[in-house]
Design a protein around this ligand. Sequence first.
Ligand code: NDP
Length: 358
Amino acid sequence: MKKALMAGRNAARGPASGVWQQRWTKRTRRQLCGKKCSMDKEAKIYIAGHRGLVGSAIVRKLESEGYGNLLLRTSVELDLRNQTKVAAFFGQEQPDYVFLAAARVGGIAANSSFPADFIYDNLAIQNNVIHHAWLSGVKRLLFLGSTCIYPKLAPQPIKEEYLLSGPLESTNDAYAIAKIAGIKMCQSYNRQHGARFLAAMPTNLYGPNDNFDPETSHVLPALIRKFHEAKLDGRDNVVVWGSGAPKREFLHVDDLADASLFLMNLHEDDFSALLDHQSTPALINIGSGEEVTIRELALLIREAVGFTGNVVFDPSRPDGTPRKLSDVEKIRALGWRHKIGLQEGLLRTHKWYADSLC
Ligand code: NDP
């Protein structure tokens, strides 16, 4: 039925032009390969944002699994906000799969100061990549978003169906609205064009290639740096902002990369079930499903870094949301769960950070 509809639509647009012909041939080839679903090792895979925290972890994972035909472009080589260049890139390269991990990303300060940059860049990047992925017949695309798309006061743990059920956190709503538009775009292209585009919402990530800048980093890398420097300087105390009571969830980025490949390699029936779900868009949370208080996190980081002084909490500083935990039942039901515990992940990340300074 879908096939017939698509054929009808194509016919309605007139005789097969070069682009339509190419797309149709690719689709027909795809339909003929039946339920085979895993990415074959020679598949051409484009990782947008391959130098970032997420993209670099996906590249490491793909390489370790023997995928040898990776398509990588820096933002200087290909500015994904430029529609003409993105169209030419997809037209020429014709990737089979796309991991969309390119985005303008930042903490609260950057989001509050530059909301126009956050909404424009992210809308432009995802509009161009998603649209041209469809035009060039990409088999599957994974769009990376974040849990800030969910309402500020969403019940905990946060389920996928809470999307658009209440007001957003105002400090990063421009970024969140861009990401929600990306989710809706995937859903719309799936519905109208039979595309196979899935949106994944990871929890707070950490690991190699994270941002350790004291002005713009997230809490976990910021604390690693603080404790590391306190140890080197032989200080007695490290001051941590807030009461230490808020609870947060963290996932090592290598686990996120593992989950991303798991999703892109899902059996066709399971993948279709994710895309066709009626109550929520094509959306899935990726997290550990485990939470720690900031106090517990700080103590774990002190241990990982080997700092022997005291941890002092400063309750005059803001705490932020008391709790933020994603519901990971959907991905667990498919058979995936995280493997890297927080303690091990912190040790690995601190080692990476210390080595990166040498
Ligand atoms: P990073 O800032 O580490 O990396 C972003 C990447 O995007 C960079 O490699 C950069 O390329 C690329 N990029 C930015 N602008 C452009 C552009 N105009 N054209 C082409 N490429 C561009 O981000 P993360 O890896 O942390 O985040 C990636 C995705 O994962 C985002 O969608 C984010 O929402 C999501 N995510 C991240 C979390 C986190 O804790 N970090 C948590 C949850 C989700 P280059 O290096 O070449 O300039």
